[in-house]
Ligand binder design. Structure first.
Ligand code: PMP
Length: 440
């Protein structure tokens, strides 16, 4: 599609992306009228697809009643009702919600609240955070410092070091040795995390932060069984908090409302965004445990993180409607069912492909990883920009997907991430895999 001239500062300053001029369920409509199947919901955002009439009506209704009221002075009905829906309903569910405008802000809030919790308990030295390599937690400075994605970090280095350090991720395809059992792999990662606590000084660590299913950086990587239990135990032992970043993998994407429900643990603090509002309004949230909130309430009494647009009534009204629809239409059952179909179709289409090394995911959150050699798991030379070429070929074939590049150190290869809307039919799933197959 011809690039259009634009004064908008796009993320690539060398190219202008095509314009989207409309949406219709799982489809996006480009300016030349072409319909593009949105197989990744943007970046795992559009969980209800595009232009859902109920969400549009809820936004219009809220806009006609109250579009904005600053949280320094007022709360609002949609914020209260949305918070009520989000807290404490599953075992270990968190007690309070702090609404922000997106994922990075939710992570920033999580980092700050973790620090504040320890300060209020008289442990101000707990200022360090342990995160993982090949992770992404957002693009604001704190969140970028938490993320272990080398190419995003390097242009802005040194970031907030030494507050953040990074351990090996639970990425079995590249990190597990062939002669190692899954349990032994988990044991090795746990030992490394323990060693990192010891290296830093266990009483200097505020929190460990991780994505339960790693999203964009490595491509839908769930952790091996027992990993998060081991992490939770180590955090407990050292009095550090566990922050889970479910910005991408949360809000039903993996088949349960929160991805951590499938790990048999609960976090102390959690960041959510994308699927919360389904892209209808910018919104994110930090969820926090009762213990943390009570500590702050009975201490300084204030979490100093106010942003102008937090708990925005329109954003909360949109997210509230999105969440009501997901619950009323039992869409998480559909996520599980269609997720199985997606796995099956991907396995049929790419299981024997000589350049597809791994097919992995959970729920409606799947990725294929491309490798030059399946035997050695060697990725393609990043200079080939294979992921960009697949994206262009898919787009030409009427498929929007979310590809990401591999790393020069071969720690992961080019991959394509699929996160279709929860409303995708089995026909849509077939079409996604067929079009992706043609592009690859
Ligand atoms: N955390 C994770 C796991 C993410 O995937 C993202 C966005 N891709 C973010 C944080 C940042 O969210 P946002 O882009 O809304 O700031």
């Amino acid at each position: 599609m011809a690039a259009t001239k634009s004064r908008v500062m796009h993320r690539s300053l060398r190219e202008t992306p095509p314009k989207a001029i409309g949406g219709d369920g799982v489809w996006l409509i480009a300016e030349d009228g072409r319909r593009v199947l949105d197989s990744s919901g943007g970046a795992a955002v559009s969980c209800l697809g595009h232009q859902h009439p109920r969400v549009l009506a809820a936004i219009a209704k809220q806009a006609s009643t109250l579009a904005y009221a600053h949280t320094a002075f007022f709360s609002s009905e949609p914020a209260e009702e949305l918070a009520e829906r989000l807290v404490g309903h599953e075992p270990g569910g968190l007690a309070s919600v702090y609404f922000v405008s997106g994922g990075s802000e939710a992570v920033e809030a999580s980092i700050k609240l973790a620090r504040q919790y320890h300060i209020e308990r008289g442990e101000p030295q707990r200022a360090r955070f342990i995160a993982r390599k090949q992770s992404y937690h957002g693009n604001t400075l704190g969140a970028l410092s938490a993320g272990g994605n080398a190419w995003r970090r390097e242009p802005y280095a040194p970031l907030l070091s030494p507050s953040f350090s990074h351990v090996t991720p639970a990425f079995a395809y590249h990190e597990k040795r062939d002669d190692e059992s899954e349990a032994a792999f988990v044991g090795r990662l746990a030992a490394e995390l323990e060693a990192e606590f010891q290296r830093l000084g266990p009483d200097t660590v505020a929190a460990f932060i991780a994505e339960p299913v790693v999203g964009a950086t490595a491509g839908c990587v769930p952790a091996p069984e027992g990993y998060f239990k081991a992490v939770r135990e180590i955090c407990n032992k050292h009095g550090a908090l566990l922050i889970l970043d479910e910005v991408m993998c949360g809000m039903g994407r993996t088949g349960t409302l929160h991805a951590w429900e499938q790990e048999g643990i609960a976090p102390d603090i959690q960041a959510i965004a994308k699927g919360l509002g389904g892209g209808y309004q910018p919104i994110g949230a930090m969820l926090a445990s009762g213990t943390i909130v009570e500590t702050v309430r009975s201490g300084s009494g204030a979490f100093q993180h106010g942003h102008t647009y937090l708990a925005h009534p329109l954003a909360c009204a949109a997210a509230l409607e999105v969440q009501k629809i997901i619950a009323e239409e039992k869409l998480l059952d559909q996520v599980k069912e269609r997720g199985k179909l997606l796995e099956q179709r991907l396995t049929e289409r790419f299981g024997n492909h000589r350049h597809v090394g791994d097919i992995r995911g959970r729920g409606l959150f799947w990725a294929i990883e491309l490798v030059a050699d399946r035997g050695t798991r060697q990725s393609f030379d990043p200079k080939l920009k294979l992921h960009q070429r697949i994206k262009a070929a898919a787009f030409a074939g009427g498929l929007g997907c979310y590809p990401a590049g591999g790393t020069a150190d071969g720690k992961h290869g080019d991959h394509v991430l699929l996160a279709p809307p929860y409303i995708a039919t089995s026909g849509d799933i077939d079409m996604i895999v067929e079009r992706l197959g043609a592009a690859v």
